[in-house]
Design a protein around this ligand. Structure first.
Ligand SMILES: C[S@@+](CC[C@H](N)C(=O)[O-])C[C@H]1O[C@@H](n2cnc3c(N)ncnc32)[C@H](O)[C@@H]1O
Length: 227
């Protein structure tokens, strides 16, 4: 568990200060338990960035606040979360960050002229049915600009005990409390994700970003060829 450390991190959480208690609590817990500051270092400092499954939009907002040279769009299948995300960034000052949020149905990847410089997933793939993941990721790869990065953060399936605790929490969130939407509940390993991304033709790298966290957070970064 880690508190927000950088100014951008503190500012991101501060945007939720005036929100309802449930949203404030959710965003604070999410921040303390997810390695967003380590994940941010994997994202290009400039360019057009898409976050798929942005939820309340904290990571997307943090990416935009960390570098004014990033233009960030967050999308999610949960229209209520998108509304909350949109509300939170209304508190930003003019020119402080370039960020927007949109609802998108499952499996529909937003495309832009010239392609995205990076597409980011943070704890989303376990909510996508295994048989749909390959198409979703290949649509993302097609939507990347030459040289663009596909960055997928998940909770790894090992060490086993840590992974089981994390998986139980996600079971509660999706099936019991129903605070997270998704088509499935199936936890891919870092190796599974790497196989999917490399079979799409990207050069891949896997990293652990779990130092100081109870959950075995991992990231898989795939880079598309420049030409
Ligand atoms: C655990 S939350 C993570 C939210 C955010 N990425 C973060 O790190 O705080 C998972 C999010 O994925 C979204 N989601 C689930 N299936 C999705 C899909 N097929 N496409 C896009 N978003 C999806 C859910 O609505 C939820 O907001």
């Amino acid at each position: 568990m880690k508190p927000p450390q950088s100014d951008a991190a503190k500012r991101t959480l501060g945007l939720w200060k005036q929100s309802a208690r449930s949203a404030r609590l959710h965003t604070a817990i999410r921040w303390w338990t997810a390695p967003f500051e380590a994940l941010e270092t994997e994202v290009p400092r400039s360019g057009k960035i898409l976050e798929v499954g942005c939820g309340h939009g904290m990571l997307a907002t943090f990416l935009a606040l960390s570098s004014v040279d990033r233009t960030v769009v967050g999308v999610d299948i949960d229209a209520q979360k998108i509304e909350l995300a949109q509300e939170s960034v209304r508190h930003l000052r003019q020119g402080e960050a370039t960020i927007s949020f949109e609802y998108r149905p499952s499996g529909e990847i937003l495309t832009i002229e010239g392609g995205w410089d990076a597409i980011v997933f943070a704890d989303v793939l376990y909510l996508v049915a295994p048989e749909d993941r390959s198409r979703l990721l290949s649509d993302c790869i097609a939507a990347l600009a030459p040289g663009g990065r596909l960055i997928v953060k998940e909770v790894n399936t090992e060490p086993r005990i840590k992974a089981l605790v994390a998986q139980f929490q996600e079971f509660l969130a999706t099936k019991v409390l129903r605070i997270t939407d998704g088509d499935a509940l199936d936890f891919p390993s870092a190796a599974d994700i790497e196989t999917l991304i490399s079979s799409g033709g990207l050069t891949t790298r896997v990293g652990r970003i779990d130092k100081g966290y109870f959950h075995p957070h991992c990231v898989v970064v795939g880079t598309k060829a420049s030409t």
